[in-house]
Design a protein around this ligand. Structure first.
Ligand SMILES: Cc1ncc(COP(=O)(O)O)c(C=O)c1O
Length: 423
């Protein structure tokens, strides 16, 4: 039995796939928080390079991946697609289960796919300093690695509770010569305000974004970089799904269910959006976002315009949101503690083209433990939500006897999250 498909370096996609070219509807535009009118792209240029602003708006289907970005991707891409034979056997399921292993990237997750692209486009336009937020530290360390590749600098605001839970992410950022602070911090006006309101706050991604945006607005030659949510971030992540499609063809099967964990939507979107043209032809193909019970933006949020950060500095995005002031409980899956959701995925959920489910920490942990034992890779707590979702579908297939093909995105490993596994 074939257990995994590796592709060649030449198979790294040459274009990112822009689903907006194929959507049967137009998305609601981002709004200026001051005027509540569609935002002037010139305003975004204060913190983003022009190319990323163009990518955010374009309806072109195929967006060329620059040679320099493909060369950096070749350090770890293409990533393998693996048949989870051990998991199938443990579950005694007739389903075939596959996972796309994004944990093989140098910093351990899919986040590098957009970190490299964002660092490159900023450098190309002469910006050498970036500021950013990070939840569990996967994004911050990916951007630190990417900025080091392109000889740039990065300043990272890491959500305070995760900063304490995952101390080695700080070391990793420092190793790549980035600076990193627990957020909220005394280093920014917004940080001071959040601390004045609640000195013991755990922090949230929304607060850390506010701090990073403030730094970009106030510092010279500094742009802001976001690790999820925005359309250009999902666009860069489509290398995951584009490779998966090719690999499924080599396996000789097509998916019945595609699953990914859901924080802001970047790994899930990058994984399933390239299958969207198939979904339009075959409504039976299920696309399932797995979010934590503790932060259920897609399943329990309101679909409306809201700010991407806690202080209201970012453009307003039409999305499912729990409200920008929502501070989720300090679950281990720090990367899933975001109040909002990608506008593209939000709309697909709203149109019932994508389904969202919730997984609690215990179910995620059990899934992670089983996967570690039978597949030999310890997942990130975020990724465990996708595994738990896949296991639910596999168990259902055992009941009905259906030979479902279940494919999920393994967004990252948990080797720097081992505190979460202390029992
Ligand atoms: C390993 C991993 N998976 C998933 C996520 C969630 O983010 P997104 O929904 O943007 O993929 C994160 C975020 O930090 C992460 O570190």
């Amino acid at each position: 039995m074939r257990r995994r498909v590796y592709l060649e370096v030449e198979d790294i996609p040459k274009y990112w796939y822009n689903v907006k070219a194929d959507l049967p509807f137009e998305l609601d535009p981002p709004l200026d928080p001051e005027t509540e009118k569609p935002i002037d792209p010139e305003k975004l240029h204060a913190i983003f390079p022009r190319e990323l602003i163009n990518q955010e708006a374009t309806l072109d289907k195929d967006i060329p991946i620059p040679k320099e970005v493909r060369e950096a991707y070749a350090i770890y891409r293409p990533t393998p697609l693996v048949r989870a034979v051990g998991l199938e056997q443990a579950l005694k399921t007739p389903a075939h289960i596959y996972y796309k292993n994004e944990s093989v990237s140098p910093t351990g997750s899919h986040k590098l796919n957009t970190a490299i692209a964002q660092a490159y486009f900023n450098k190309f336009e002469g910006v050498i300093n970036l500021s950013t937020e990070t939840g569990a530290g996967q994004w911050g360390s990916a951007l630190a690695y990417a900025t080091k590749l392109f000889d740039m600098n990065v300043e990272v605001f890491m959500v305070k509770v995760s900063f304490k839970q995952k101390p080695f992410r700080k070391n990793m950022v420092n190793l790549f010569d980035g600076s990193i602070h627990p957020s909220p911090s005394e280093l920014t006006e917004r940080g001071k305000k959040f601390l004045a309101k609640d000195p013991n706050t755990t922090g949230s991604l929304g607060m850390a974004i506010s701090e990073a945006v403030e730094v970009a607005l106030k510092s010279k030659n500094t742009n802001y970089s976001l690790g999820s949510v925005l359309d250009h971030v999902l666009l860069h992540q489509t290398v995951i799904g584009l490779e998966t499609k090719k690999q499924m063809e080599i396996f000789g099967e097509g998916p019945d269910v595609l699953l990914g964990c859901f924080g802001g939507g970047s790994n899930f979107g990058g994984f399933m959006l390239p299958f969207f043209p198939e979904k339009l032809k075959n409504r039976e193909l299920e696309m399932v976002a797995c979010e934590p019970v503790a932060c259920p933006s897609l399943t329990n949020g309101e679909y409306r315009y809201d700010s991407g950060d806690a202080a209201g500095l970012t453009p307003l995005l039409k999305m499912y949101t729990l409200g920008r002031d929502f501070v989720p409980p300090p679950i281990h899956a720090g990367g899933l503690r975001y109040h909002g959701a990608s506008p593209i995925i939000s709309r697909l959920v709203h149109e019932k083209l994508v389904k969202a489910i919730t997984i609690d920490q215990e179910e995620a942990f059990k899934a992670a433990k089983l996967f570690s034992v039978v597949e030999g890779i310890i997942p990130a707590p975020e990724t465990s939500h996708a595994i738990a979702g896949a296991i639910r579908y596999a168990r259902e297939a055992s009941k009905t006897g259906e030979k479902k093909v279940i494919v999920f995105n393994f967004s990252g490993h948990g080797l720097l999250d081992l505190n979460a596994y202390a029992v």
